[in-house]
Every structure is written in C-alpha cells, then in structure tokens.
Write a protein that binds this ligand. Structure first.
Ligand code: PHE
Length: 338
C-alpha cells in the first residue's frame, strides 16, 4: 500500500511540473507502459496472498484510472498551449512592412480591357501583332497600293525599304486571315504610329481592330456588335449611326458616330452642337482583301472595324487633351485608381 502511495506522490509531482507534450508521452510510458511502474504493480497482484488481492487490486486500478484521466487532460491542455504558442510565433505582423501606395491601370488599358472583355464574351479571339510591320501587311494586302492616295491619310514612319511602324491595327487583318480558315472572329488591340501631333493627335496611340469573316455576314451584324459595345461603354441608351465613308479595305465603308455621352444627343460643346460623336471607322471587308489572303470571296464575306482607344477614353472620362495620356503625370493617372 505504501508503494502505491509513493508512486502516486511522484506521479503527481512529475505531472504537475511537466511542460511539454513530448515529456508527457515519456511519463505515460514510465507509469503505464509495458514495463511501467504501475503495470508492474498490477502484474504483482497475483503474487499477493488471496485475501489482500481485492483491496490492493482496487487501489491500483483506482490509481490507474486517475493516471489515465490526468494524462489525457494534461495532454489536451499542453497541446492547446503548444498550438497557441506556435500560432503566436508564426503570426506575420504586416504592420511592420512599409505599405506601398496602390497603383492604377492606365485609362487606355482600362478601356482596352473593357472592350476586349465584351468581345471575348461574343466569341472573339484576342491577338497582339507586330508594331514594326511590312508595307505589305499595313497597306498592300489591304488594297492600298504604293501610289494610292489613301496613304496620305496616314503619315507613315518608314524605317527601311518596305518596313514601317504600323499606322493601323488593320495590318493584323491580313496576317490573321492568311493562316486561318473562316469562320473568323478576331480582335487586335495595340499601338499604332503616325507622324502627327496636336491636342487630338499623338504620334503613338492605340487602336483596337475587330474582324469577322463568315458566310452571309451583314452590315446589320456589324451594327449590332457596335451597339453592344457602345451600350456597355457609354450607357444603354447610346445610339449608333453609320455615315458613308471610304476605306480601301472595306466596301461599303462607314464612319460610326455615337450619341454624345455628355449631352445625351441634345447638342453641347463636346459634340459641337451635333449630338453625335465620331468614334470609329468600319465596313464590310473588301472582297479584294479576302482574295489577297486566299479566302474565297464568293463563299465568304465579313466586317471589320477599327477604333482609337484614346478617343474612346477621352469621351468616356472627359479628357480634353490626348497628350495627357503620355505625359505620365501621376496627378492625372491617380484619378483612375480604385
Ligand atoms: N484602320 C482604319 C483607320 O485607322 C479604321 C478601320 C478599320 C476602318 C477597319 C475600316 C475597317 O482609320
């Protein structure tokens, strides 16, 4: 009986000073393991005189129960403590980092993303094309031969014989059609270059080109697509108007106007009192362009449109001067941050 009391006393001392899960596992083995102290007592019961066995046995079992429940309580408690400690140590104190100010997407990028997302939803594939382009893709494949007066509309930066900075993303029309069979639905945003500079012209600016080639495409399809884009960019009441125009690579060609987003069509200084704002050029793909790219114009037709992204952004955000886009003045750019 005195051994039981001794074991109990040491156990209580040891367990109360125990501070780690690892040590408590060792203690458990020490007392309750196969060769543990209490296990030895239990095994020793059979060597006792029969009349002593019940009381002794009951005492040993009682101690074993106490030990087992103490171990499990202590174990849960220590595990929780260790978890709390590691959570505390692993915590990342973000207040120590220097917080960098938020950046903002450039307004041209915002408009580009918005238009691309709309067109992607309609099944268009988005492409990027080369900014350094050949005369062939920029002009000739688009039905603009060397002596064509349409070349004068776009003051070109020539780099070398037959090599230039593309003046229009339309250059991607031929590049794309050469390698693809209809049905075609592509959109190509990117930089274009023209030797021109004032409040509404910049030597570098951005366009987005759209091209659809399929069977039985109509001018009405073109208008529907443009109406969809315009209503998302400028509000659902925005109307689209076609005016006859000329581009060598589309026939018929149209200049596309939208109802002025500033006055809703009543007439203001932005739309010079007309209620309409010109935003892009478009038309039905000239069959000659299809043929230049190896597409049978008796079977297929299509539409194309090209718009200036700065122009769209200027109207959408009320920006008065195109040069603001390229000056990198943070006071201007910051306004487009979230
Ligand atoms: N590329 C023409 C321009 O820069 C716009 C356009 C694109 C017109 C596609 C018709 C079809 O002015």
């Amino acid at each position: 009986m005195s051994t039981i009391a001794e074991i109990k006393a040491t156990f209580e001392r040891e367990i109360s000073s125990c501070t780690s899960v690892a040590v408590i596992q060792d203690l458990k083995v020490k007392y309750l393991g196969k060769t543990g102290e209490l296990t030895a007592l239990l095994k020793g019961i059979r060597d006792l005189p029969p009349e002593e066995r019940p009381t002794f046995g009951a005492k040993v079992n009682e101690l074993r129960n106490v030990m087992e429940s103490t171990f499990s309580e202590k174990l849960t408690q220590l595990k929780r403590q260790e978890m709390e400690l590691s959570l505390k140590n692993e915590k990342i104190d973000i207040s120590l980092c220097e917080m960098k100010p938020w950046g903002a997407l450039h307004p041209v990028t915002l408009v580009k993303n918005e238009i691309c997302d709309l067109l992607i939803a309609m099944g268009f594939e988005v492409l990027n094309g080369p900014e350094i382009e050949t005369d062939y893709y920029n002009f000739q494949a688009l039905n603009i031969p060397y002596d064509h007066p349409a070349r004068d509309m776009q003051d070109t930066f020539y780099l070398a014989d037959g090599i230039l900075l593309r003046t229009q993303t339309s250059s991607m029309q031929a590049r794309y059609m050469e390698n693809k069979k209809p049905p075609i639905k592509m959109v190509c945003p990117g930089k274009v270059f023209r030797s021109d500079s004032d409040a509404s012209h910049s030597p570098v600016f951005h366009q987005i080109e759209g091209l659809v080639v399929d069977k039985k495409v109509t001018l009405r399809d073109l208008k529907g697509t443009l109406e969809y884009i315009a209503s998302h960019l400028f509000g659902k009441d925005t109307k689209v108007r076609f005016r006859p125009s000329f581009f060598p690579f589309t026939e018929p060609s149209v200049e596309v106007d939208l109802t002025c987003s500033n006055c809703g069509g009543k007439g203001c200084s932005l739309c010079k009192g007309t209620g309409w704002i010109e935003v892009l050029g478009a038309g039905m793909v000239n069959p000659k362009v299809l043929e230049n790219c190896g597409i049978d114009s008796a079977k297929y037709n299509g539409y194309a449109f090209g718009m200036g992204l700065e122009r769209i952004a200027m109207i959408k955000y009320g920006i008065p001067d195109i040069r603001l886009f390229f000056e990198n003045d943070q006071r201007f750019l910051k306004q487009f941050g979230k």
